[in-house]
Each structure stands twice: as structure tokens, then as C-alpha cells.
Design a protein around this ligand. Sequence first.
Ligand SMILES: C[S@@+](CC[C@H](N)C(=O)[O-])C[C@H]1O[C@@H](n2cnc3c(N)ncnc32)[C@H](O)[C@@H]1O
Length: 404
Amino acid sequence: MDAAQTALPIPAEPRRLRLRTAGLFAGIGGIELGLSRVGHATVLLCENFEPAQRVLAERFPESPLVDDVRDIERLPEVDLVAAGFPCQDLSQAGRTAGITGERSGLVGEVFRLLDSAPKDPDWLLLENVPFMLQLERGEAMRFLTSELSRRGFSWAYRIVDTRAFGLPQRRQRVLVLASRTKDPRPVLLTEDHGVVNTEGTPGEVACGFYWTEGVRGLGWAIDAIPTLKGGSTVGIPSPPAIWMPDGRIVLPDIRDAERLQGFPSGWTASSVDDPSRRNGPRWKLVGNAVSVPVAEWLGRRLVAPTTVYDETADAPLEGGHRWPSAAWGGPDTRVHGSPVSTWPRHVPATSLADFLEYPTTPLSERATAGFLRRTQQGRLRFAEGFIAALRRHHESLTAQLETV
Ligand SMILES: C[S@@+](CC[C@H](N)C(=O)[O-])C[C@H]1O[C@@H](n2cnc3c(N)ncnc32)[C@H](O)[C@@H]1O
């Protein structure tokens, strides 16, 4: 089934509920596509990577596209500013603020634009990797929340897992929602299904793994692929491999990777002149994107009737605390942790093996040999039958090469 078909139906919401959005650091528009599925409109896009710009220009032809966030003088009148800014940038901004008290970096650009906005947007949505919570032992996140608090924002954040939305990809991202006039907690922290263990037995269900790793760690997922990434340890963005239930070791097609993020297949084809080229920027673009159903869920929550937030299960966090997987705070700078899970809902997933629609490619002899070598260098323990399957795969490739 195509990802477009798995999308939840668009509710007949009154027009006035639609939010006008500015999508900063828009990438290939994961947030904007998700929001548009609930009827919200993107009135400004900003993205400076040319292949991503091509995708945005094709997919959001109505939305003006600005090249660099630093070139935006002022935001137009919007209700929501969405920004999945680069994570390293937070680190930079945090350090600079610590030393000189000055804002810098791209996240500082978001604050600059908020400070100069002609109309205070109702909402600010930030999206990033969960590592953001640990960066500089929590200092980077302290910087971000104190910047929000001192501007009078109430904020809430939550780690959300793509698997909760029926996609067989293990992917967690932090959503930060902030507002000067509204309470972000009922939007982000009230709907909770609880984590569902969807795993099966390796060897019986498909397992995704990063063949570029294998010494000290292994991105690994049972009946799912591990997080699609914009980069990899070997420098170029590469797809994870999949150990299929029939024993094959394969690489998925980029169109299935797009579907694993909730995009319709072919979403990024226009980013390259020759879509059949293997190592073009498409993997990077797809790996950097926000999973579309996650943004769609948030878009729906933003216009859901406001409920009163019950904070009785939340605990105040003391100074020097670690950042939990969900928390909230506000202008008074007190922070509370929330016990809410990473699964707001549970859309039953198709098994990974059944999800893949496009032809797969066998993991090459060289890549398999390299991975097998790495698995022997460290002390990692692997699922039963996994290394044997890799060896069989390697032997069959070597035999094929010898007969050529
Ligand atoms: C983490 S990605 C965001 C992905 C996006 N949310 C999506 O769904 O595809 C960050 C994006 O910021 C862009 N970027 C980095 N510096 C920028 C700048 N100065 N101005 C505009 N965009 C920038 C990068 O090219 C990248 O696409």
C-alpha cells in the first residue's frame, strides 16, 4: 500500500482552524506535508540545500521559498513557526551564550525572527534528535529552554517514536512546542497509548541493521529498520541493510525509504537529474526528514479542542537534572518531567518484509565482507543465526563472482 493511502483522512475542519505556517529549515517538507494533510497551509519555506529546494519547489509550488534563514528580514504573519534546525547548531549557540551572553548560530535566527515578527505567532515548533537532550551534559537544552522562558514562552517537549504511527522504522525525535499565549501541554502531552512491543523473533521477521557499523555498536531493529540517517560513519549517507526472513541480506530501494518516512514514493525524485543514481543526495534528504505522520498527528492536536491539562503525575525537576523523555516549563523557569510515553497512539504496523514494495539490492560482497570483519573486532553479541546468514550471503556472492 502506498504511504499516501495510509494517511489518516483529512477531517472536515472549519477553515478558520487552519494554521498558516512558516517552515524554516524545511528540508523536503516532512513537517509541512504532515500539516497540510490536516488542512494547515505553508505560507513560507526556507531551505538552503539545492537538492531539497528542488523538492520543495515541486511539491509546494504555492509557497514562497527563501534560500537562507539569515536572509529573512521579517516573518510574514503566521500562526505557527516550524523549525527542525541542525542539532550541532544548538551546541554552538549554547557555548557562545555561556561565554559571551550573545545569541548566535541558526537557532538564534529562529529567536531573531520571533522577536521581530509583525504578529506574535501562536505556536513555535522545534524538532530535533533526542541527542539534543544530552548535548553538553544537558547544557544545550538548558540554553534553549531558558531562551524560551525569558521570552515569556510556555513550552513542552516530548520524544515521539515513528513506529507508533504504523511505519516499520525505529526513529525517535524530540518535538518542542512553545507558545506565549497558549498551553502546549494538552497538545503535546495528553494523548498517550504507551509503548507497544511490536518485535518478533530475528530470523522469522525482517531485521534492519547498519552494515557500516558493527564494532562498538550496531544500529539494529527487529521487524523495522533502524533510524534512517542523513549521514553515516563512512561519510556518505547509506541505507541500512535488511536481513530478510528468507535469509537474504538486502538494501531497500530509496522509494521504500521515502515510504518508511511516510512520504509517497518518489517524493524526492526531482532532487537529482538522474533518479536512478545510487548515491545521490536522496538518502540524505530522506534521512534528515521528519516522519510525515508524526507532523500530521501534531497538526491534528494543534486544532483539537483544548482540554485542561492534568499535571498531578508530573514531577518538578531539580537543578542539574537530566532531561527526561518529556517535560514542560514556562516563564517562571521551573521545569516538570512528564511520564508520558513516546507512543502517543498505536497505528498497527505492517511487517517490514511485507511493507517493502520495490525491488531490493543484495548487500555487496565488499560491504558484507567489511561488516563481517568488523563484527569480529569488537565484543558485540548478535542475534542467533544473524552472522551465519551473513556468511551464507557472502559465500553465495563469492561463488557468483568466481563463475563470472
Ligand atoms: C534536520 S534538516 C530538517 C528536515 C526537515 N524538517 C524535513 O522534514 O525534511 C535541517 C535542514 O536545515 C537546512 N539548513 C541548514 N542551514 C540552513 C540555513 N542557513 N538556511 C536555511 N536552511 C538551512 C539543511 O539543508 C537541512 O535541510
